[in-house]
Ligand binder design. Structure first.
Ligand code: R5P
Length: 298
């Protein structure tokens, strides 16, 4: 039997990496990471990666500093003879800057994808924000798998919500609202959003009257400032519907967004564990491990 993969879990502080490791039958990789007095990063491995398949599970929310640490760790693993270094990064940052919206802007989704492709041999991520990029292969050049959170979200909705109907706040969330609705056997609507600025969005709502005997479930891939979901909750309430449940895949919650979203009084607010957060209630370690297993077998 081949040696189990060496799985490094230190770049996240929640339980997901260890659940992925256990599902892969992997050995826990040990390392020392600390800061030098000048804030540079010290890396020393305590598990020898020579000739081994290595998996690094990381959290890339607030990516800039974390990406340098990740790159230094991956380079160390390669330098010390790892056979391949695979990356499990459930949240793929920078994906919303997927076009040059103003002259001379950087299309940073592409540059970030290129950077990750240079430090790892394969990548597993969860529902990257694919809007103007048709596929992750437009930004990532290494073998990869995209895990869909929709089956796990649909299962949660089926079990936790009475007579659900899915609401996507904007066309970008339509892909998630439609898929979750189909898997949960529930109807869905997609609203229209116009974004005027980082914290200024306008939502246009169709007639929601016919859904009064159902529970609205707002689904979005990302919550950042919370503005999109807060606006949508307001519309749903004014339409006289039942209090809405909110489900999000990537819990970014910039600044006080979590508190502001709770103040908009959703019936429940839950997130997937793609990004560690206290609202995490939907475990994605199973499908993430399944995707990693496929890549390890190649
Ligand atoms: C973009 O369209 C995404 O699907 C989300 O709707 C968006 O990122 C949410 O951002 P915010 O929480 O800042 O409104």
């Amino acid at each position: 039997m081949s040696e189990p993969p060496l799985v490094f879990t230190a770049l996240r502080n929640d339980g997901l990496p260890d659940r992925v490791r256990a599902a892969l039958g992997g050995e826990r990789g040990a390392l020392v990471l600390r800061r030098f007095p000048d804030d540079e990063t010290y890396v020393r491995l305590e598990s020898d990666p020579r000739g081994r398949e290595v998996v690094v599970v990381c959290d890339l929310h607030h990516p800039d500093a974390k990406t340098v640490t990740l790159a230094l760790l991956c380079e160390t693993l390669r330098d010390l003879g790892a056979r391949r270094v695979g990356l499990v990064a459930p949240y793929m940052p920078y994906m919303r800057q997927d076009a040059r919206f103003k002259p001379l802007e950087g299309v940073t989704s592409r540059y970030y994808g290129k950077l990750l492709s240079s430090v790892a041999d394969w990548l597993v991520t969860v529902d990257p924000h694919l809007h103007r990029h048709a596929a992750l292969s437009e930004v990532v050049t290494i073998p990869h798998r995209v895990v869909s959170a929709a089956p796990a979200v649909a299962e949660w909705v089926r079990e936790a919500v009475d007579a659900p109907f899915l609401v996507g706040p904007d066309s970008e969330s339509a892909q998630w609202a439609e898929r979750v609705a189909a898997l949960a056997g529930a109807p869905h609507v997609v609203l229209e959003k116009t974004r005027h600025g980082d914290r200024d969005v306008e939502i246009t709502v169709p007639d929601l009257e016919r859904w009064r005997d159902r529970t609205p479930v707002l689904v979005d891939d990302i919550v950042s400032t919370g503005t999109t979901l807060i606006e949508t909750l307001g519309h749903v309430r004014r339409a006289g519907l039942r209090p809405a449940v909110v489900v999000v895949i990537h819990a970014l919650f910039s600044g006080d967004a979590w508190q502001r979203l709770e103040a908009a009084r959703p019936a429940r607010l839950v997130t997937c564990d793609a990004v560690p957060h206290l609202t995490n209630a939907i475990d994605l370690s199973g499908p993430i491990a399944a995707a990693a297993r496929e890549l390890l077998a190649t």
